[in-house]
Design a protein. Structure first.
Length: 294
């Protein structure tokens, strides 16, 4: 038996969309509408790179030095971004997920994974991802604490919006009040700064040009939307969520061919700072979602 780098492949179709969910990380390998890419894809013979379509449980972004203290206990996570001495993007990106639904609805796929305790995160979580296609793709992420200890928790996703051309030539629009500055060497949080009037102010839609972004944003006023548009064809890719944070990344790791828009329930270093950190007591669940459309 030959196993693909991204594992099993599950295709769902609906409303003119087609998506492929994979068992490695429960990730979203591709999404098209009427044959046009909506998200940057990777091939079934490839492993996900640059975070493409991955889900970030039980924390998004980075934890500086992989160290934090929770309920009086000091924890040390493995440094999965060793060049910067950080623990990055959680613990489940490369784990095997299993399909939970029976496949009878061709527009729906549900996958699950049980996260067991490990060094730096001694907690047990039951994780679930629901994908559903209508006039958009809705992705719902749920975590339930099935262990005996109270657990710190955060969630993020890592899709890249694409309209099939370099993002330098595309028009970006989003509204956020504040940007989280990060250190150049380690991407460690430095502090919040106003977006208004800065190079990161895209409240009025305008071309991205050479602007480089790899920052978290907040002050999103409930449900928020990021749209990327091809000014010539009018093709558009849109991500909507109601998370209190998002990360934007202009995709230098993929040649600026797409824009990473990452809904996040908490900012970088939330395990250290406690900012917007979800605390799951035994039996507690947390659910959040995002939508991708044209």
């Amino acid at each position: 038996m030959t196993v693909l780098p991204s594992g099993e492949q599950w295709v769902l179709r609906g409303g003119g969309y087609e998506a492929t969910v994979v068992s490695v990380g429960g990730g979203l390998r591709d999404l098209t509408y009427d044959g046009r890419p909506v998200l940057l894809a990777y091939g079934e013979d490839e492993a996900a790179h640059a975070g493409l379509g991955q889900h970030l449980f039980p924390w998004p972004n980075r934890i500086t030095d992989g160290q934090y203290t929770f309920e009086g206990a000091d924890q040390q996570l493995y440094l999965t971004e060793p060049a910067r001495q950080n623990a990055i993007h959680g613990l489940t990106r490369w784990a095997n997920w299993v399909r939970l639904d029976d496949g009878s609805d061709g527009a729906t796929v549900a996958v699950g994974h049980r996260l067991h305790g490990q060094p730096g995160y001694p907690h047990q979580l039951e994780l679930r991802l629901d994908y559903h296609l209508t006039d958009r793709l809705t992705v719902t992420a749920t975590a339930t604490n099935v262990g005996r200890s109270t657990a710190p928790y955060g969630y993020g996703a890592h899709p890249y919006l694409s309209v099939g051309r370099l993002i330098d030539e595309c028009v970006l629009e989003f509204t956020a009040a504040q940007r989280l500055e990060a250190s150049a060497d380690r991407m460690a949080p430095v502090g919040l700064t106003p977006v208004e009037g800065s190079p990161y102010d895209f409240r009025a839609a305008r071309p991205i040009g050479s602007t480089s972004i790899d920052n978290a944003f907040t002050g999103l006023d409930g449900e928020w939307t990021v749209s990327l548009t091809d000014p010539d064809s009018g093709a558009r890719s849109v991500l909507t969520s109601d998370t209190p944070w998002m990360q934007l990344f202009t995709g230098e790791a993929v040649g600026r061919t797409a824009l990473a828009v990452e809904p996040m329930t908490c900012p970088p270093d939330a395990f250290r700072t406690g900012q917007d950190l979800v605390v799951l007591k035994p039996g507690d669940s947390h659910t959040t979602s995002f939508q991708v459309s044209v």
